[in-house]
Write a protein that binds this ligand. Structure first.
Ligand code: NAD
Length: 459
């Protein structure tokens, strides 16, 4: 409560001081790092040979996480928890049918506290509704557990900062479960970008355009629609944003600097409320929200969010480089300048800058510069186990592999904060007619310490 009050007073003061002056960049408070506390960049914890996972929230996503994790080598499900007892029982029965056993916690709003205190749990895997991501994650780290949180992991700047601080203080991993960083096309294009095939990536686009008409009623008590009704801004930015931040080496040599946002009014959002007998007045989220971001090193990112219209599904994923282009939606296309294409790939001798590469050309390029995560055995297993075509499995596999070997995770607590804070920054910009808002540097000065985004592997 004290932290919330501090933020409200500080933001109001900053806005008051900027009144009457030429509109500049709006800045939000950056809490000082406590003495003795250090950053979590490249943080590696003690190796855990067989990771005990505790899954909290066993709805659509958590139920499937239990299934997937039961196939991941190097871990076991130690405990499951849902406030709804029947969901806990269902997951326990699933495990029992596979000859596995776990502890079950349920029935109370705070049953997750018992799971977090369970000595058999090393990693708390949070798949609750958005409102519970933060309290469960804080509780997990307070009990000395690593934590991985579904998207978006936090809803406000205060929550982002509190998670960063808690992770730094407890020296526990705090990761956002951004599965789209592990989709096949994104993994392949990241490897090509890192090999310099596109020249320098100077602009990227990401989106979450997904008509949720069929989904709203699947959420108990309409929690997801109500979050959209309460909060303005892009509430679900991370699927489009995470993968492009990795390509742009965000807080690993560059940093997000300024954001401006624009949205439409709510048209369909209000209708969804009225159709369900809920009050449509003051529905906060626009049907379409756009955010534009500039980085310290002069790159730009465009994000779009639209869960309200019949637009086709798109995460956009476009990389615009000085020498090439990759785009995933609406169709996968890769273009390279013929004169700067890698000479050692023989099939690239017939490139045209106005024409996408053929599948055979792209295949030979991808084989020349492979992503190390797409090792044959893992790809096969991922496709078999599934979870959005396999990307969910690769994410889980990597998380457990890094914990097994005591390696830094691919996605750290600063990624979590940067990717989750878009809605909160949009809100400030939107409430000031699209004024620029400074991106908080969640690393507090360490964003240029690393030389690019890299995966860690055991020797
Ligand atoms: N990464 C992806 O591709 C993807 C896809 C869908 C959903 N999600 C995210 O996953 C999360 C869960 O979404 P979902 O679709 O499974 O929602 P859901 O409503 O189906 O499940 C949420 C579950 O959390 C439980 N829960 C609520 N309060 C709890 C508490 N105090 N203690 C324990 N359990 C509690 C609910 O009872 C419910 O079973 C959300 O954050 C969502 O944004 C991610």
């Amino acid at each position: 409560m004290g932290r919330r009050l501090f933020f409200l007073v500080a933001v109001s003061l900053l806005l008051f001081l900027s009144c009457g002056k030429k509109q500049g960049v709006i800045r939000t408070p950056v809490p000082a790092r406590a003495a003795g506390q250090t950053d979590m960049l490249q943080f590696a914890a003690e190796p855990i040979a067989d990771v005990g996972v505790g899954v909290v929230g066993l709805g659509m996503r958590g139920g499937d996480a239990v299934r997937r994790l039961s196939y991941v080598p190097g871990c076991h499900i130690a405990a499951v928890c849902d406030v709804l007892t029947d969901r806990t029982v269902k997951s326990l029965s699933f495990l029992e049918e596979k000859g596995l056993s776990a502890k079950g916690y349920s029935g109370e709003e705070k049953s997750y506290e018992e799971l977090c205190a369970d000595p058999g749990v090393d990693l708390v895997y949070v798949c609750t509704d958005w409102a519970h991501h933060f309290p469960v994650a804080m509780c997990a780290m307070e009990h000395g557990k690593h934590v991985a949180i579904e998207v978006p992991s936090a809803l406000t700047l205060e929550e982002c900062w509190a998670l960063v601080d808690k992770s730094e203080q407890t020296r526990r991993h705090c990761m956002i479960l951004e599965n789209c960083c592990y989709d096949f096309f994104e993994l392949k294009m990241l490897a090509l970008a890192q090999a310099g095939v596109f020249g320098e990536i100077i602009h990227a686009e990401g989106a979450y355009n997904h008509n949720l008409d069929e989904f709203w009623d699947q959420y108990a008590a309409n929690w997801r629609l109500l979050e959209n009704s309460k909060l303005r801004g892009d509430l679900y930015a991370t699927h489009g944003f995470g993968p492009v931040c990795q390509v742009l080496n965000i807080h690993r040599g560059d940093r997000l600097k300024t954001l401006v946002s624009m949205d439409t009014d709510s048209f369909n959002g209000k209708k969804h409320m009225a159709d369900r007998g809920l009050d449509p007045k003051d529905f906060a989220s626009g049907d379409v929200t756009m955010s534009m971001i500039r980085t310290e090193k002069g790159k730009s990112i465009l994000l779009e969010h639209d869960v309200m219209t019949p637009r086709p599904y798109s995460r956009m994923y476009q990389l615009v480089g000085t020498e090439g282009y990759a785009g995933k939606y609406p169709v996968q296309q890769v273009l390279l300048r013929p004169d700067s294409a890698p000479k050692e790939v023989p099939s690239l001798d017939n490139l045209n800058v106005h024409r996408p590469m053929t599948p055979a050309q792209l295949d030979s390029l991808v084989r020349r510069f492979p992503n190390p995560l797409l090792e044959e055995g893992i790809t096969e297993l991922a496709k078999k186990v599934g979870g959005h075509g396999g990307m969910d499995f690769i994410m889980d596999y990597r998380l457990v592999y890094c914990l097994n070997h005591g390696l830094p995770l691919d996605i750290d607590v600063y990624d979590l904060a940067e990717w989750s804070c878009i809605g909160a920054l949009d809100r400030i910009s939107l409430e000031h007619d699209g004024a620029p808002v400074a991106f908080p540097d969640f690393t507090r000065g360490a964003w240029n310490k690393l030389d690019g985004f890299r995966y860690a592997f055991a020797e």
